[in-house]
Design a protein around this ligand. Structure first.
Ligand code: PMP
Length: 344
């Protein structure tokens, strides 16, 4: 028999089918069973690989994209990286309009994946011609054969999770999931995953995670946009200062807000206790689990699935930097020796 080489055709074959990993030590003392859906196992190291591939392939199916065309988006974060990665493999140009607040590291990372990055001034309003939002819109209008991903207002962002993340969790848990805990930014992850799971079992509770400084929780409770909720915070990718149409507020049972400081410590705790080197919003998600547990949300029979959106390597100069943690004052209220784990 002919020997066959077992290889993927490209990194795109590795998107999705991420593992569920049981959390053993960090959950000690909490009632229930806790499992993380670790999205860092995607080849672009985040859950955004799923939406990048899905949205691009939908555009291809609809005849909107042909080889050599252009993908446009306004993010220096995970979505930008995933779009750049998918574009390389599929032969598209990728243009990302990003704010001048983005770190040089992030911009270099996107450029190294072949993206064209337009750095736009951060200190102008969204309706200014120079804002990254308007630059992206203009580039889209001027570039024939271009697709503007617009993840906050794109229903395909939700569909991507309805078609992949939701079914994976249902199968991996043999339908035994009782609670889903997920961060909300665009809302695509929580809305699409929850929609699939609640179709399978409407009793599954969907618990959202929001940030202090974001408007989502208040909007969920009152259906009113409250400007007073909005102020700067550190966690990137979680919460928002506008209401994304990609968030299905009706499918989310509850939101809880987490702080920058507690989420940072919990992110570090995940690495130290579970060997999971995951990003800041993964820490935020588990911080929310601790708070939901305090509110009595879980019991011994609960099977809680928590989505961990990305990898820790993207936060070396933030939560995993002791200097950054000190600058934020995040070590002020804790035992320094314990937090820094000084080895003498
Ligand atoms: N965590 C990180 C690190 C993210 O980049 C994002 C996306 N903004 C989220 C969580 C939230 O995911 P979603 O946009 O699907 O709500």
């Amino acid at each position: 028999m002919k020997e066959e080489i077992k290889a993927c055709n490209s990194v795109l074959d590795l998107i999705g089918n991420t593992p569920l990993i049981k959390l053993n030590k960090i959950s000690a003392g909490l009632k229930g069973n806790f499992y993380a859906k670790v999205e860092a196992f995607n080849p672009g190291h985040s859950t955004k690989d799923r939406i990048a591939l899905y949205i691009i392939e939908e555009a291809e199916k609809r005849g909107i994209l042909k080889p050599g065309d252009t993908i446009i988006e306004t993010t220096s974060g995970n979505t930008g990286f995933s779009l750049a990665m998918v574009s390389i493999i599929k032969g598209y140009e990728c243009i990302l309009a990003v704010s001048s607040k983005s770190s040089l590291d992030k911009i270099d990372m996107l450029r190294s994946m072949g993206a064209k990055v337009y750095v736009c001034p951060a200190n102008v309003s969204a309706d200014d011609d120079r804002s990254y939002y308007n630059v992206a819109k203009r580039l889209h209008e001027e570039t024939k054969g271009s697709v503007y991903i617009n993840q906050y207002f794109n229903e395909l962002n939700v569909d991507a999770h309805y078609k992949s993340t939701g079914p994976e969790i249902w199968e991996q848990t043999n339908g035994l999931i009782t609670h889903l805990v997920a961060c909300s930014g665009t809302g695509g992850t929580i809305s699409g995953t929850a929609r699939y799971l609640k179709e399978k079992n409407p009793n599954i509770k969907v618990l959202g995670v929001d940030a202090f400084g974001s408007v989502l929780k208040k909007f969920h409770e009152t259906k009113e946009f409250d400007n007073d909720e909005i102020y700067p915070y550190r966690i990137e990718g979680l919460g928002k200062n506008l209401i994304p149409s990609a968030t299905d507020f009706d499918i989310i049972d509850k939101f809880i807000k987490v702080s920058d400081e507690q989420s940072a410590h919990t992110t570090r705790e995940l690495a130290k206790k579970e060997g999971l080197f995951v990003g800041y919003t993964s820490g935020a998600a588990f911080q929310a689990v601790k708070q939901y547990a305090e509110e009595g949300e879980f019991d011994e029979n609960s099977n809680v699935i928590i989505i961990f959106p990305d990898h820790g390597s993207r936060y070396m100069s933030k939560v995993f930097s002791d200097e950054w943690m000190s600058e934020q004052g995040f070590f002020d209220s804790v035992n320094m020796e314990e937090a820094l784990k000084i080895e003498i």
